[in-house]
Write a protein that binds this ligand. Structure first.
Ligand code: F6P
Length: 423
């Protein structure tokens, strides 16, 4: 992982990738502030790897220190993100040659790619470019995903905040439905993201503890959806408690392996677009049990909710950005700064380097020991894991208009040096 030679000049390229989070810009702040402290100029690729291919680069040195600091509390992806899969070197050599050409033209010696498991794969491929094409480039993957499904790292920046949003929303909506249940709504269904892993759904379990506390039912993608068992539990809960809160992961499947809700489209990585499981479940509840329901699909609200960010998450997001720069400048290649937990309570964590080859294209699902025997809840072990990740608040500066003071960067373009290229 460690290299013997180290570039003493050159620029650092940072790119954001995949679905953005409430704290990915905190990572950007960590990167830019750490690089500035070492006198290294940072370029950002506009819209992820596409910006690198199109030679559409942003000069972050044009931004003030206060604008970069404000990234720590601004959600979304400040430089734009993308879902774009680089093929293998053999399958699309032209794209790799173009990348090298762009990196060389702008004297980029360090590349930091901030994303999930697909992006770790892209980062790994680019890290192999140096050797294959004779260009000295150090490549570091920087973790980010609300799905929390990256291998090796204990948790992923972005997850703690969506977990906090989900736990709080479950609690608040449950107080609402409990008030109405006598004469109105009996069942509330919340659908959450997470793709094929149930981490976000699991976080809703932090809203309450004990059989009568919400959420009464959590539906995980790690378990086959059993319609009869689900309806029986909804009925029993309404009869016992008076109402029922259900949290469903977007990725749940039936016994045939089909997603309950698939939009019918696929992204560049071949992933099905998911979403819409809540109305499917609500219709089932109405049709088979006759209960009045409400359902909610927070969708992008959950992963952009900076007003409910976890302090722990915001700190970890910044720390991985800073560490990525330190690794790159120390000459490391094909690694990712990962979060290592040394204790649950008090919660202690540190950052270490892990090889990208152990992270790329792998998905970490919820372990069996985190799910209750009936598959509808979380265990004490899951609570111990999840609880520290939603700890603390990361307050926002608000303006006179009552809105948060989010920063809009200038995103000044770097002058192009090469002919146009269409990826
Ligand atoms: O991977 C993060 C994620 O938010 C998933 O939970 C969700 O299924 C997906 O992104 C949505 O992707 P997009 O914004 O590209 O539709």
């Amino acid at each position: 992982m460690k290299s013997t030679s180290r570039s003493s000049t050159g620029r650092l390229l940072y790119a954001q990738s995949g679905g953005v989070t409430a704290v990915i810009n905190a990572t950007a702040a960590g990167v830019i502030e750490a690089a500035r402290a070492k006198g290294v100029k940072v370029y950002a690729a506009r819209n992820g790897i596409l910006g690198a291919l199109r030679e559409d680069l942003i000069d972050t040195s044009k931004e003030s220190a206060s604008a970069i600091a404000a990234l720590r509390h601004t959600p979304g992806g400040a430089f734009g993100s993308c879902r774009y899969k680089l093929k293998s070197l053999e399958a699309n050599r032209a794209e790799y040659e173009r990348l090298i050409e762009v990196l060389r033209a702008h004297d980029i010696r360090w590349f930091l790619y901030n994303g999930g498991n697909d992006s770790a794969d892209t980062a790994l491929k680019i890290s192999q470019l140096g050797k294959a094409m004779g260009y000295d480039i150090r490549c570091i993957g920087v973790p980010k995903t609300v799905d929390n499904d990256l291998a090796v790292t204990d948790c992923c920046p972005g997850f703690g905040s969506v977990a906090k949003y989900t736990a709080i929303s479950t609690l608040e909506a449950s107080l609402d439905v409990a008030s109405m249940a006598d004469t109105s709504t009996k069942v509330f269904i919340l659908e959450v993201m997470g793709r094929h892993a149930g981490w976000i759904a699991a976080a809703s379990g932090l809203a309450g503890e004990g059989v009568d506390a919400p959420p009464h039912i959590i539906l995980f993608p790690e378990r086959v959806f059993d319609e009869a068992a689900f309806l029986a539990k909804v009925k029993a809960t309404v009869e016992r408690v008076g109402w029922c809160t259900v949290v469903a992961s977007e990725g749940i499947r039936n016994a045939e392996g089909q997603f309950l809700a698939e939009a019918g489209t696929r992204d560049a990585f071949g992933h099905s677009q998911l979403g819409g499981v809540a109305p499917v479940l609500a219709s089932l509840v109405k049709e088979k049990l006759g209960y009045k329901y409400h359902w909610a699909l927070p969708d992008y609200l959950q992963r952009s909710a900076r007003h409910l960010t976890s302090k722990t998450d915001a700190e970890q997001a910044y720390a991985v950005g800073k560490a990525a720069v330190e690794y790159a400048l120390a000459g490391m290649n094909a690694v990712m700064p990962v979060i290592v937990r040394s204790s649950d309570a008090p919660y202690r964590w540190k950052i270490e380097a892990a090889p990208l080859s152990k992270i790329a294209n792998r998905e970490k699902k919820m372990p069996t020991g985190f799910l209750t025997r009936d598959g509808f809840g979380i265990t004490a072990a899951a609570r111990r894991y999840l609880a520290p990740l939603i700890q603390g608040e990361a307050p926002l500066p608000y303006g006179k208009d009552g809105l948060p003071k989010y920063v809009q960067l200038k995103n000044a373009a770097v002058e192009r040096k090469l002919p146009e290229f269409k990826p």
